[in-house]
Ligand binder design. Structure first.
Ligand code: SAH
Ligand code: SF4
Length: 376
């Protein structure tokens, strides 16, 4: 299989171009087509000589996902369902900065990206794990979610008769790797994609604007600590005792809390950055008054902040979010212990924004249509 043009780092291109006897400025032109102008065909690259375009086409693919469904309106949270070249579906969620949160309207947008088709970790509350793991995303499939979202935005502006932004203007300037899949289980492709998205000649998104969320793969957290880039790290904790965590997250059997905490400590010390502990509040599971002290203790030990997220119901699963009063009481109990905590009203709650939910819906519709067709 040919590699994709958007999976190469600049030094790899430089070597290739010098083997081909191509001058350096040609490479800059190519990179501009790939990232600033988000080209989807070689023919578009009008300032590259024909023979170079042909050579590129012979040796590389230029993959782009196809938008199959979108939910939400342009000034709120929007969810994109992409169809990949092999027919698999993945999701990305675009979240505009909330003026209420930042004090003024802004064009800051966060994109939540997926790293795998499905997920192997089988957390009991999560839609992504429900149908199991299908495959890892390739580097270009991870970063193309950003480019394709920006392409869609440009087209939407055009259709509304609004002026297009300049080719260098980026819609997405913040990335959270919290979509479908476990990012640290697809380590090489993830780091490569994020390196490309961070590069000034690539996506141009600051490493501090990139957050990786993991369910707790302790050895890979240590490995991430040794990476040169300063990504932000979020841990999907959801339980601060082994008893609670084990009930909802099978990974806790492989890497129990002590091991996870030690890896987080290592990361925090090495990077000097504050980790975030994500904690979804699930009624009757982890939201009781006695669940708060161990969470606060762990957060203090790790110099971490706590992000409380009311659970987003998944069709077919028995879990529910607690009442607002219970959520507020839990927040107060954590804050009382001198820990920085926020309680988030899940943005995009109304559009199945929690990871994996849209894909699951579409695949289930597909399956029931297939069943109907089978019966007919
Ligand atoms: N696999 C990684 C990243 C993807 S999940 C991880 O688990 O961290 C992104 C976040 O969404 C995780 O914190 C996950 O626990 C949370 N999540 C999954 N299902 C959810 C739901 N139904 N409601 C709210 N959050 C959910
Ligand atoms: Fe996978 Fe994360 Fe969902 Fe767990 S919460 S099943 S690790 S995507």
């Amino acid at each position: 299989m040919k590699p994709d043009a958007r999976a190469l780092l600049k030094d790899e291109w430089t070597r290739r171009f010098s083997e081909w006897g191509q001058p350096a400025y040609r490479l800059d032109q190519l990179l501009s087509w790939l990232y600033s102008r988000r080209a989807t065909s070689w023919d578009q690259m009008s300032n590259l000589p024909k023979d170079l375009r042909q050579r590129l086409a012979d040796e590389f693919t230029l993959d782009a996902p196809e938008l199959t469904r979108k939910q939400g309106s342009r000034d709120t949270t929007q969810k994109f369902l992409w169809r990949l070249s092999d027919g698999a579906y993945i999701e990305s969620v675009l979240i505009p900065a909330s003026p209420a949160l930042y004090g003024e309207p802004s064009d800051r947008h966060t994109l939540c990206v997926s790293t795998q088709v499905g997920c192997a970790y089988g957390c009991k509350f999560c839609a992504s794990g429900l149908e199991g793991w299908k495959r890892n995303l390739r580097t270009e499939e991870i970063l193309n979610q950003v480019l394709a979202t920006e392409r869609w935005h440009e087209r939407a502006l055009r259709e509304e008769g609004k002026p297009e932004s300049s080719p260098d203007a980026r819609l997405v300037n913040n990335i959270v790797v919290m979509g479908m899949g476990e990012p640290l289980a697809n380590y090489e492709a993830l780091i490569r994609a994020l390196t490309l998205l961070n590069a000034p000649w690539g996506g141009g998104i600051g490493a501090r604007k990139i957050t990786i969320s993991t369910s707790g793969l302790a050895p890979q957290i240590r490995r991430l600590a040794d990476e040169p880039l300063q990504f932000r790290l979020a841990i999907s904790l959801h339980g601060a005792t082994d008893a609670v965590r084990e009930r909802i997250m099978p990974i806790n059997r492989k890497y129990p809390l002590q091991e996870l905490a030690a890896a987080c400590e290592f990361y925090q010390e090495k990077k000097g950055r504050m980790i975030t502990l994500e904690y979804i509040l699930i009624a009757g599971v982890n939201d009781q008054p006695d669940h708060a002290p161990p969470l606060a203790d762990l957060a203090r030990r790790l110099h971490a902040k706590v992000n409380l997220i009311p659970y987003n119901h998944v069709e077919g699963l028995p879990w529910e979010r607690p009442s607002d009063a219970v959520q507020e009481a839990f927040l107060a109990a954590v804050e009382k212990r001198k820990v920085v905590a926020t309680l988030r009203r899940e943005k995009g709650h109304d559009i199945d924004a929690a990871c994996g939910q849209l894909r699951l819906k579409v695949e289930r519709e597909g399956a029931s249509e297939a069943r109907k067709a089978g019966k007919a």
